[in-house]
Design a binder for this molecule. Structure first.
Ligand SMILES: [Zn+2]
Length: 502
């Protein structure tokens, strides 16, 4: 995937971040092929012919890992403002509709480019392909990441219910003509989706260490029980991850209680979906029992504080999750609701959201917990535990070089605190992924940004025109969804627990 297996690189005189110790001592890193072979004090011996990278005046940290994003979101960045999650889902046919295979590839590439330029080297990506994910479609997205030189795990989103079927009572408040609008959105039968995913898992041709696959029943109550069981079995059969948006909005949490008489997490547990391979996206409305259940299963939460605030979903309690043994990764969510792909910003928000929840400092995450989450925690969610997320011999050589002469680092008092609270991606100078320099002196070595911008503008114009009717449908539906769902969200959560199952 990356460099020739025998290529040897010695990175000299950088300051190597030890996030837990809040230190960054000078050191050299020897990289052989795509892997860190040795780390030692400056002057580390290197074989003759090794390529030298001068990292004087730079802080080196493991590549950040985005635990939750959506490839299709990148062509839709900035299209909305005052959107709840349910309004965003209502807008989906407008902002994501009529995409060609080239559009989907382009959208993935835009996101990958943004992420690597901002120090992120791997992502858990849940793309949308309508009406059903195809082997060719997912592989084309995988090639977008491979072209950029970034790593990804792709979990195409699937469902067998529309939003209007998933939320009890919503269909009833629609007018007959609105019901006609949403009738056209009916997803394909779940067996067709499972067959499509199985074909992808079976025939995957890309290097799985660079771009792998996982399974994503998108939102639990948007999927029938049989479908979720089928997804869970498929993930187990192929030894891949399972990822779902669980308790992202209060509406979801309440609908879970209404439909199943228990929380969405308890429902997934009863279907056999939980395990170390399982990732909850968001988990804003998890209760402590849910967190314990996830922790006991060794499962992960992808915490996306920027998106959670942007969509009015609230503030996930990362500290409570960590205390209950949940593996926490940090994500941006898709650019259609975040609206960037900046994991530095996501780390900063994770810290600030935790602190903003209460004045009790014991309930706050520390900056080192945040860095560990955005590196090792996300790596574990992606299935790369022990391979990504640390600067250690035997780990893959995914390394970000920050310029310590950038104002973010003048002066450098505490590297861990500043990585979380000060750095915004502005100091990213080089990015190495698997031993290969993908960003050098702030420029991509793999992709022509001007050509990408031209292609994106052409796609934007075409999609704007072809999706005008879908936008009109959104505008017809938005008042009803915008009225009904916040009303549901005003039900006190604890009261909803007692009427659950009715
Ligand atoms: Zn998402």
């Amino acid at each position: 995937m990356t460099v020739r297996p025998g290529t040897v690189t010695i990175i000299r005189d950088g300051r190597l971040l030890d996030a837990r110790a809040h230190r960054a001592d000078p050191g050299d890193i020897l990289v052989i092929g795509d892997t860190i072979s040795e780390i030692g004090p400056p002057g580390l011996a290197a074989p003759a012919g090794a390529v030298t990278i001068d990292a004087r005046g730079m802080l080196l940290h493991p590549g950040l890992i985005n635990a939750h994003t959506h490839a299709h979101g990148n062509l839709a960045k900035g299209m909305g403002d005052r959107w709840t999650l349910e309004l965003l889902l209502t807008a989906a046919p407008w902002i994501n509709g009529n995409r060609s295979a080239e559009d989907r590839h382009l959208s993935a590439k835009i996101g990958a480019v943004e992420m690597v330029l901002k120090g992120c080297t791997a992502a858990y990506d849940l793309p949308l392909e309508l009406p059903v994910p195809t082997h060719e479609g997912v592989e084309s997205l995988g090639r977008a990441y491979a072209d950029v030189g970034m790593r990804a795990v792709l979990a195409p989103m699937v469902a067998d219910r529309t939003l209007y079927e998933a939320i009890p009572g919503l269909m009833e408040v629609l007018s007959p003509s609105q019901r006609e609008d949403v009738a056209k959105l009916r997803p394909v039968p779940w067996k067709t989706s499972l067959d499509g995913m199985r074909a992808g898992l079976h025939g995957w041709t890309l290097d799985r260490q660079q771009v792998g696959l996982a399974v994503a029943p998108t939102i639990p109550h948007h999927c029938s029980d049989e479908f979720i069981r089928g997804c869970a079995d498929l993930a187990k059969e192929y030894g891949v991850g399972l990822h779902s948006h669980v308790a992202e909005s209060k509406v979801q949490a309440i609908v879970g209680l209404q439909r199943y008489g228990k929380t969405l997490t308890a429902h997934l547990d009863s279907l056999g979906a939980l395990g170390p391979h399982f990732t909850v996206a968001h988990g804003v409305w998890l209760d402590h029992e849910d967190m314990t259940r996830l922790g006991d299963h060794g499962a992960s939460v992808a915490h996306n504080p920027g998106s959670n605030m942007r969509l009015g979903n609230g503030f996930g309690d990362m500290k409570a999750m960590l205390e209950r043994g949940v593996n926490v990764g940090i994500g941006t969510d898709g650019a259609n609701c975040s609206d960037n792909q900046n994991v530095f910003e996501a780390m900063r928000l994770a810290s600030l959201v935790s602190k903003g929840r209460s004045p009790d400092v014991d309930r706050w995450v520390t900056t080192d917990e945040v860095v560990v989450a955005a590196t090792e925690g996300s790596a574990r969610a992606l299935g790369f535990a022990g391979k990504l997320g640390r600067l250690l011999p035997g780990y893959l050589a995914d390394i970000v070089f920050l310029d310590l002469r950038h104002p973010n680092w003048i002066p450098t008092n505490d590297p861990t605190n500043q990585l979380v609270h000060t750095e915004d991606g502005g100091a990213v100078t080089h990015v190495m992924i698997g031993g290969r320099m993908i960003v050098e002196h702030r420029r991509l070595t793999t992709v022509d940004l001007e050509a990408l911008a031209r292609d994106a503008e052409a796609a934007r114009q075409r999609l704007e025109s072809v999706n005008a009717p879908a936008k009109a449908i959104y505008e017809r539906l938005a008042p009803a969804v915008g009225r009904f769902c916040p009303g549901l969200a005003h039900v006190p959560y604890h009261a909803a627990r007692y009427v659950g199952g009715s």
